[in-house]
Design a protein. Structure first.
Length: 628
C-alpha cells in the first residue's frame, strides 16, 4: 500500500474530511483535531501499514508514523483536502476539547501537576526518616529538627504553592499569587494545626465576630482564592492606565484578595474542604476493602476519560491532613494490572510489531505512565483492558484490607516503593503489587488475547520479496558508539513527559536536559531529515544507525521560533559538527519542556541499544552503544 492509499484510509477512518477540524505534524506523529472522537475507527488506523500507534493527548488524535514517513503522510492528507492549522489554532482547539467537567478537571491537573515533585520529595524524606526510626536509630536533636524542616515545610506553605500555580494557570502574575498565598499562612496568624489540636492557641476574632486562623495545609480554599485573584487582577489591568499598572494593580489585588481570602473564601471553603475530606476518608474506610475494590476497578477508566487529575486534589488533601495517602497504593494496583496485561499480550503475540510496542509500553506503566499501555495495546484489543480492570479492583481491595498508605503521591509501582520503605509496609506493598501483576497477566494470557493471524512469517516474506524485486538489500548495521548531541544532564528515556518517547514506541535511546542551546552531530552521518522548524533532526550514520534528535516536547507548535537550523537534508556531517541552535528561554516562555530526546529509530535492527551515560555530559561524550 503506497502513501496515498494509506492517507485515504486514514481520512476515511477519521470519519471523513468533514470530521476533521485541522491537521498538523511534528517529528514523529500526525496531530489531528477532530469534531467527534466517536466517529474515528481507531482499530482500522492502528492496523494500517506504517502506523506505529495512535492515542489521544491534549485534545489531539495523534497517529505515530515515525521520522520521515510522517512528513510524507502529512503532505498526502493535506493534498487530499484536510485543513492545516497554526500554533494558535491548535492550542485554542485543544482547550475546547471535552465537556465542562473534563475541562475543569484538566485545569485541576494544570494547577497541581507542577506541585507534585515537591510532594514526592517530601514523601521520600518522610520515608527515609521512618526507615531510620524503624532501624532503631536515635537522631540527635539538631538532626531531628532538620528532618522536620524537610518533611513539614511543603505542607506549611502548601497554600502559597497552590495560589502561585493557580495564578500561573489562570493568567495572573505568579509573583503576586505566591505572596498572596503566603499571607494565608503568615506567622502573625494563629496556626491552623495548633488551633485544631485544642491547646492554648485559639482563633483570632477580627472585628469581634469573624474567627480567623491560618490556612496551613488547605488546598481547596487556596485554589478558589487563586482563581478569583487571577481573574480580579486581569480585570484590573484592563481599567488601570499602563503608567499606573506597576503600582496600583498588585497593591489593589493583594489588599482585596487578602481580605476576601482570610475573611470570606478561606473560612467558607475550608468547611467545604473538610466535608470533601471526610467523604473521601469514608469511602476509603468501607469494610472488606470495598473502597479500594471500587477505586482500583475504575481508576484506569477514569484515566481514559481524561479526568484522573481529580485524584491530585484528593491525595494532596489527605497528605496535608494526615501525612499519609491511601489512594497511592490503590492506584498502584490498578496501574500494575494494566502493565501486566500488556506484558501478557507481548509474551503471547507472534506479531513482531506488537511485541516491540508492548514491552516498552509495559515498562512505562511500571514506571508510572500507563497511557502507552492503555492506548497502544490494551484498549486496542479491548479484553486485556477490561480484564486488567478486574485485576486492579482485586489488587485495590487488597491494598485497603492491608491498610496501605504511602507517604507521598505522584510516583507508583517501582519508584513508588520508596513511599513504603520507612512506614513498615514495604512487604505488604510488594505483596499487593505481586498479586495485581499475577492477576493482570494470568487473566489476559488465558482469556484476553489471541493473535488474529500469524504475521511474523508474512512480514519476513514481504521484506524478502521487496528486496528481491527492487534489488534494495539493506546493509547490515554495525556496532557503534553514539555521542551526545546536547550538552547537559542525562535523563532516562522512561522519565520523559511524553508517552510516545518514554514508552520506547519510537525506539530506544536517552534524553538530555540541555544546559546549552546547541545541537551537534552525534556521529559521522548523512542528514536524512532537517525540519524547517529546526526542532528535530534525522540522521543515518555511516554504520547504519538511524537517529532522531528531538529538541523539546511539543516544540513543533513554536513554528521555528527560537530555533535556527544550520544543515539541510542530504548534508554529510562529522561527529561534533554543528546541526543547529535553540533558545531554552523561549521554549520555557511557551510553557514547554526543552528536554531533548536522542532515539535510535531502527532499534529493531540491533541486538541491543544501550544508554551508557549518566549525570552531566559534554560534547564528545558517549551516550548510546548499539550492537548488531
Amino acid at each position: 500500500m503506497n502513501n496515498q492509499d494509506i492517507a485515504k484510509k486514514v481520512i476515511e477512518a477519521l470519519g471523513g474530511r468533514e470530521n476533521v477540524n485541522s491537521v498538523a505534524h511534528c517529528a514523529t506523529r500526525l496531530r489531528v483535531m477532530v469534531k467527534d472522537e466517536g466517529k474515528i475507527n481507531k482499530e482500522v488506523i492502528e492496523n494500517l501499514d506504517k502506523v506505529q500507534g495512535a492515542f489521544f493527548n491534549s485534545g489531539q488524535y495523534q497517529i505515530i508514523f515515525g521520522t520521515g514517513t510522517v512528513n510524507k503522510m502529512y503532505d498526502e492528507v493535506v493534498a487530499l483536502g484536510l485543513p492545516t492549522s497554526s500554533k494558535e489554532d491548535m492550542k485554542a482547539e485543544a482547550a475546547k476539547q471535552g465537556n465542562w467537567f473534563q475541562r475543569a478537571i484538566r485545569t485541576f491537573g494544570d494547577v497541581f501537576v507542577p506541585i507534585i515533585p515537591v510532594i514526592v520529595a517530601t514523601g521520600l524524606f518522610m520515608g527515609l526518616r521512618g526507615l531510620m526510626n524503624a532501624l532503631g536509630m536515635t537522631l540527635p536533636d539538631d538532626v531531628k529538627i532538620y528532618s522536620e524542616i524537610l518533611t513539614d515545610t511543603a505542607f506549611i506553605i502548601l497554600p502559597g504553592l497552590v495560589v502561585w500555580s493557580t495564578f500561573r494557570v489562570f493568567g495572573g502574575n505568579p509573583a503576586v499569587g505566591i505572596v498572596l498565598g503566603m499571607m494565608l499562612v503568615s506567622g502573625s496568624l494563629p496556626n491552623a494545626w495548633a488551633v485544631a489540636s485544642g491547646g492554648e492557641v485559639t482563633a483570632m476574632n477580627f472585628f469581634g465576630f469573624i474567627p480567623v486562623v491560618g490556612l496551613q495545609g488547605s488546598v481547596l480554599p487556596a485554589f478558589i482564592i487563586g482563581v478569583v485573584g487571577a481573574k480580579f487582577e486581569k480585570a484590573l489591568r484592563k481599567v488601570v492606565p499602563d503608567v499606573l499598572d506597576l503600582l496600583v494593580t498588585p497593591f489593589v489585588t493583594l489588599l482585596v484578595m487578602s481580605i476576601l481570602g482570610l475573611f470570606v473564601i478561606g473560612p467558607v471553603f475550608h468547611v467545604v474542604e473538610n466535608y470533601i475530606l471526610l467523604g473521601t476518608k469514608a469511602i476509603l474506610a468501607l469494610p472488606f476493602g470495598l473502597g479500594g475494590l471500587v477505586i482500583g476497578g475504575v481508576h484506569q477508566l477514569i484515566v481514559v476519560s481524561g479526568v484522573h487529575h481529580i485524584f491530585n486534589l484528593l491525595e494532596v488533601q489527605l497528605l496535608a491532613s494526615d501525612h499519609v495517602n491511601p489512594f497511592n497504593a490503590i492506584i498502584t494496583a490498578a496501574m500494575t494490572a494494566q502493565g501486566a496485561a500488556t506484558v501478557a499480550v507481548g509474551v503471547k503475540t507472534k506479531n513482531p510489531k506488537l511485541k516491540t510496542l508492548a514491552f516498552p509500553a509495559a515498562l512505562s506503566a511500571f514506571l508510572g505512565i500507563t497511557e502507552p499501555a492503555i492506548f497502544g495495546v490494551n484498549l486496542r484489543f479491548r479484553k486485556p483492558f477490561f480484564l486488567s480492570l478486574i485485576a486492579g479492583a482485586i489488587g485495590g481491595g487488597l491494598a485497603s484490607i492491608l491498610g496501605l498508605a504511602g507517604t507521598g503521591n505522584g510516583i507508583t509501582i517501582i519508584p513508588g516503593t520508596m513511599l513504603y520503605v520507612g512506614n513498615g509496609q514495604l512487604f505488604q506493598y510488594l505483596l499487593m503489587v505481586g498479586v495485581s501483576f499475577v492477576l493482570g497477566f494470568a487473566l489476559t494470557y488465558m482469556f484476553g488475547y489471541e493473535d488474529e493471524k500469524e504475521v511474523a512469517s508474512e512480514v519476513a516474506t514481504e521484506r524478502l520479496v521487496q528486496e528481491e524485486t527492487t534489488g534494495n538489500i539493506p546493509l547490515s548495521p554495525q556496532n557503534e558508539t553514539i555521542q551526545t548531541p546536547i550538552v547537559g544532564d542525562v535523563v532516562a528515556l522512561a522519565d520523559v513527559n511524553d508517552p510516545v518517547f518514554s514508552s520506547g514506541a519510537m525506539g530506544q535511546g536517552i534524553a538530555v536536559k540541555p544546559s546549552q542551546g546547541v545541537v551537534y552531530a552525534p556521529a559521522d552521518a548523512e542528514v536524512s531529515i532537517a525540519f524547517a522548524t529546526g526542532h528535530a533532526y534525522g540522521l543515518k550514520t555511516a554504520n547504519g544507525a538511524e537517529i532522531l534528535i528531538h529538541v523539546g516536547i511539543d516544540t513543533v507548535t513554536m513554528n521555528g521560533e527560537g530555533f535556527e537550523q544550520k544543515v539541510a537534508q542530504g548534508d554529510k556531517v562529522k561527529a561534533g559538527d554543528l546541526l543547529g541552535t535553540f533558545d531554552s528561554n523561549k521554549i520555557a516562555a511557551a510553557g514547554l519542556d526543552d528536554t531533548t530526546m536522542v532515539i535510535v529509530t531502527n532499534t529493531a535492527d540491533y541486538a541491543s541499544v544501550t544508554p551508557v551515560a549518566s549525570g552531566s555530559v559534554v560534547k564528545g561524550d558517549a551516550i548510546i552503544e548499539v550492537k548488531a
